[in-house]
Design a protein. Structure first.
Length: 348
C-alpha cells in the first residue's frame, strides 16, 4: 500500500485546528438569504441554515441528487469525500448540541474554502490514525486538485444537502454510542454510485436491520456474552463493505456495557471506495486502536489481517517521521529568529 502524499496538509495539521469562526462584521447579514454568500466566509454572523435529522436512505439520496443536479460528473470520490469530511469534523459535543450552528457556519463558506477545510480535516485525522486515512485517501485526494467551477458547485451543493439532512446530528456527538446509529458512508456510496455500476460490481451492502439482528443473535448465542469483556477477541469481516456488520456488533456490545477497544477488528474489502468508507467509519464509530481496514481480494489472498497490522505499524512510523521532521523545522526557524534578534541587538 502506497503512503498518501499530502505532506503540506499533514504539516498544517500539527497546528491546533481552528474550530470556531473568527469574529467579523457584516452589516448586511440580516438582509442576505444566501447561505453560500462569499461575504460570510470566516465570519461569525452567518445566516441561519435549516437542518433536520433524516434517515440514512434520505440523506444518501439527497447527496446523490445534489451532486448530479449541480455537477453531473460521474466522479463519486468527491461527493463521498465531502460526506466523509463532515462525518470526521473534529467538533464533537454532548448530544451534538452544536450541530445546528456549526451546520450554518459550514454552509456559509464558499466552495474553495470548503475544499481547504475538508483537506485540513483529512490531514488532522491522518495525524491521529494514518493507517486508516491512508486507506481513505481515494475519497480525499480531490482536495489537492484544482477543481473546475462545475466541480466546486458540486462540492457546495453536496455540503448543503448533507448538512440539511442532519449529517452532523449523526456524527457530531462526543459519545460514540450515538455515532453508530446509521452507516452514513454506505448510504452515500450506494446512492451516488450509478445503479448499473453497483450491479456490475455485485456490490449490495447488507441492510442495517439485518446486521443488527445478526449481531444480537450472535451475542445472544454466546454461552457467556460477558466473557467478551475480558478482551483479546478478534473479529474479521472478509467482505466488509463499509463496515455495517461491525457497526451493529459494536452498537450491541456497547448496549451490553462492553468496550470494543479491548478487541481486534479487521475489515477486508475489495473495492477501494467502500474500503475508504469503512476506514472513515472506523474513526467515527470509535472502534478503537486495534481496528484496521485493508484493501484486498479475500478469495484470492485469504486472510489479510497480518498485512493490515503491518501496514498500521508502517503508517504510524511514517507519521512519526513527518512529525519529527516538522518539529525540527519549527525549532530551527525559532532558533533562526532568536539569532537574528541577537545579531540585531549587537549591531545596535
Amino acid at each position: 500500500m502506497a503512503h498518501s502524499d499530502l505532506a503540506a496538509r499533514l504539516t498544517a495539521a500539527l497546528s491546533p485546528a481552528r474550530r470556531t469562526a473568527p469574529a467579523a462584521s457584516h452589516a448586511d447579514s440580516t438582509e442576505c438569504g444566501d447561505p453560500g454568500c462569499a461575504r460570510h466566509a470566516g465570519v461569525s454572523n452567518w445566516p441561519h441554515f435549516p437542518i433536520a435529522r433524516r434517515n440514512g436512505a434520505d440523506l444518501g439520496e439527497a447527496v446523490a441528487n445534489a451532486w448530479y443536479t449541480s455537477c453531473g460528473s460521474s466522479r463519486i470520490d468527491i461527493p463521498v469525500g465531502v460526506v466523509a469530511a463532515l462525518a470526521l469534523w473534529p467538533t464533537k459535543t454532548e448530544g451534538a448540541v452544536h450541530a445546528r450552528s456549526l451546520s450554518s457556519y459550514i454552509a456559509a463558506q464558499p466552495p474553495r474554502v470548503l475544499v481547504k477545510g475538508y483537506a485540513d480535516v483529512y490531514a488532522a485525522t491522518w495525524m491521529l490514525r494514518p493507517d486508516l486515512m491512508d486507506v481513505a485517501a481515494p475519497i480525499f485526494r480531490w482536495t489537492e486538485e484544482d477543481l473546475d467551477e462545475q466541480e466546486l458547485r458540486g462540492v457546495a451543493a453536496v455540503t448543503r444537502a448533507a448538512l440539511r439532512a442532519g449529517v452532523l446530528h449523526y456524527t457530531g456527538d462526543s459519545d460514540p454510542r450515538f455515532r453508530t446509529d446509521i452507516d452514513l458512508m454506505s448510504w452515500t456510496i450506494t446512492n451516488v454510485r450509478h445503479h448499473s455500476s453497483r450491479k456490475g460490481l455485485g456490490e449490495y451492502h447488507t441492510p442495517p436491520e439485518i446486521t443488527d439482528l445478526m449481531a444480537r443473535m450472535l451475542m445472544d448465542a454466546t454461552e457467556n456474552p460477558r466473557a467478551v469483556k475480558s478482551g483479546g477477541h478478534s473479529f474479521n469481516e472478509p467482505t466488509a463493505g463499509t463496515g455495517g456488520m461491525f457497526r451493529s456488533a459494536v452498537q450491541d456490545m456497547r448496549d451490553r456495557g462492553l468496550n470494543p477497544h479491548e478487541h481486534r477488528w479487521v475489515m477486508q474489502e475489495l473495492n477501494p471506495i467502500a474500503a475508504a468508507g469503512a476506514a472513515v467509519n472506523t474513526v467515527v464509530w470509535d472502534l478503537g486502536p486495534k481496528a484496521v481496514v485493508v484493501v484486498g481480494d479475500t478469495l484470492a489472498e485469504g486472510d489479510l489481517s497480518r498485512e493490515a497490522y503491518a501496514h498500521q505499524r508502517a503508517m504510524f512510523a511514517h507519521r512519526d517521521t513527518i512529525r519529527h521532521a516538522t518539529a525540527f523545522a519549527l525549532a530551527t526557524r525559532s532558533a533562526s529568529r532568536m539569532l537574528n534578534a541577537l545579531t540585531a541587538d549587537l549591531a545596535a
